[in-house]
Design a protein around this ligand. Structure first.
Ligand code: SAH
Ligand code: SF4
Ligand code: F3S
Length: 500
């Protein structure tokens, strides 16, 4: 049994002196906020020690992943590392030798789910004391979360941070042999680790990190604290990875970064931005290239020019606006106004007339008035988004917005979310209706979730299409005529197979 310990998270030294564990480094939000001037080092994953390579032979792990694509992709890396240690994946909780939660801290409800799961697994851990229960991802970067786990969930064996993934083999070994909870969460990170093993979950579509971290510090957002400072991967490393994926037969890649438009700004030896990277990737023989997420502030003309060349660069841009009111945008520290956002949209539409724009919106930011909210509704109409992720503002401890005065009631926020969703859904339906009778190119991904007789795939603009056809179509490109557009999906029928 573990002792219940309470540790001041910033006081990691005294924790170590008391020898709670060989690895005890807890997160520190103040450290995480700092942005140093030191150069970013690219370091190579130093492999897995011989003695650790067989640690998992005959054993299984179960991963539960929450949050954004960055986390999905991190889970692929974690699976890759565990695979190299001999572990195999399982979906069976009762069988698993390791259960890992790769967590998200973006909103309170994401965190609540994980705490609920940790509580639920207390019994399983009691029955199976050898089970290793681990928490990683963005929640582990938060002091309050680590303290709460130390205090109330002592059956957790391992906590490691988003910057400590490459340390998993040694941390896991320590967790297996130590009686105490192993905690290693670095708060400040300036490195890019290359060559980590990955087990990609999908044989058709692959995530590719182009950068890590975020320096934007939007006042509501926890990500700059949980993911550290902006660090770009070297273009040659990104390009080599994309070429390799093309060789392996992947059909689509999504370039990942919290703010891909800031790509390359941290290079001190070369002038090389996101537009340059896209122009290089455009020339690689991979059918579809997407990217997420774009911050409107850094979206430059060169990038628009490159995207307009199309080819494998798809005509879909996810461009989070957050609010349609300039005062709210200012309080959010988004660093653009409503007018600047609309001007950017105008330029993009001029260069790419068939572009599909999607967005993220927060309602109920502290002090948001009804008038300000209405500006968001009108902006949504004016841009004509094809779809939007909509959220009620959730205060995040340690961020500036969390201490802003807020006189908007929870009921009012809920009502605004509903009104916004009504507008967004109507627009989605209208946009999809305009596709009736048109022929679109679909990458067939598999059977539909609800009906194995129906195939499902996506258009270049990332719209979900359902149609009937032979299973051999899975993994290929098909031309589909849209017969019945709906709000979230398009029903169609096969016209021809496409040679790509
Ligand atoms: N880096 C991306 C967004 C990552 S978070 C970008 O800047 O576009 C995804 C979305 O979650 C954000 O766009 C925002 O709409 C939402 N979000 C972030 N923090 C939030 C909070 N505290 N409450 C509610 N929604 C939030
Ligand atoms: Fe968060 Fe803003 Fe960075 Fe996006 S750009 S991750 S919303 S701080
Ligand atoms: Fe969540 Fe972290 Fe992504 S907070 S949205 S998993 S970067």
């Amino acid at each position: 049994m573990k002792k219940e310990i309470t540790v001041n998270s910033s006081d990691t030294k005294s924790a170590r002196e008391k020898d709670y564990s060989r690895y005890f480094v807890a997160p520190n939000l103040k450290e995480a906020k700092k942005r140093g001037k030191e150069d970013i080092q690219v370091v190579q994953f130093d492999g897995i020690d011989e003695e650790l390579k067989n640690l998992g032979r005959g054993k299984t792990f179960l991963m539960r992943t929450y949050g954004c694509q960055a986390n999905e992709h991190d889970s692929e890396t974690i699976s890759g590392i565990l695979g190299r240690m001999g572990y195999t994946p399982t979906e069976e909780e009762n069988e698993a030798d390791i259960i890992l939660f790769n967590t998200c801290a973006i909103r309170e409800n994401a965190e609540d789910k994980v705490f609920g799961e940790l509580g639920r697994l207390k019994h399983l851990k009691k029955e199976k004391p050898d089970l290793v229960l681990g928490v990683c991802g963005c929640m582990s970067q938060e002091e309050a979360v680590v303290n709460r786990i130390l205090k109330s969930y002592p059956h957790v064996d391992l906590i490691f941070g988003t910057h400590n993934i490459h340390r998993l083999p040694v941390l896991l070994k320590d967790a297996l042999y130590s009686k105490e909870m192993v905690v290693e969460v670095w708060s400040k990170e300036g490195d890019v680790v290359e060559n980590m093993p990955k087990v990609r979950q999908n044989g058709l579509k692959a995530w590719v990190n182009i950068m890590y971290g975020c320096d934007k510090f939007c006042t509501y957002c926890i990500v700059p604290y949980t993911r550290g400072k902006e660090r770009s991967r070297r273009p040659e490393d990104v390009i080599a990875e994309v070429r390799d994926l093309a060789r392996q037969g992947y059909k689509e890649i999504t370039l990942l970064g919290q703010n891909v438009n800031a790509y390359g700004k941290d290079f001190t030896d070369i002038e090389y931005g996101f537009g340059d990277l896209m122009d290089a990737i455009r020339q690689i023989d991979i059918p579809r290239v997407r990217f997420t997420t774009s911050h409107p502030r850094d979206f430059d003309d060169h990038l628009i020019e490159v995207l307009a060349k199309k080819g494998n660069l798809v005509e879909h841009i996810h461009l989070p606006v957050q609010s349609g009111n300039s005062e709210v945008l200012k309080k959010m520290a988004r660093k653009y106004t409503r007018e600047q956002y609309l001007e950017l949209v105008r330029k993009i539409k001029e260069a790419i007339p068939d572009v599909v724009l999607t967005t993220d919106i927060i309602v109920g930011f502290p002090g948001e008035t009804e008038e300000q909210f209405k500006d968001t509704l009108s902006l949504v109409e004016e841009v004509g988004f094809d779809s939007a992720y909509t959220f009620i503002y959730s205060p995040r401890h340690g961020t500036p917005a969390a201490v802003m005065e807020d006189d908007v009631s929870a009921a009012e926020k809920k009502d605004r979310l509903q009104r916004l969703m009504d507008v967004v859904n109507r627009l989605s339906r209208e946009k999809n209706e305009a596709l009736r009778g048109q022929v679109v190119e679909v990458l067939v991904e598999g059977e539909s979730k609800n009906n194995p007789d129906v195939l499902a795939g996506r258009t270049r603009t990332n719209k979900l299409v359902h149609f009937t056809g032979p299973k051999e179509y899975i993994g290929t490109f098909i031309h589909v005529k849209i017969i019945e557009p709906q709000t979230w999906t398009l029903k169609g029928e096969v016209v021809t197979k496409v040679e790509v």
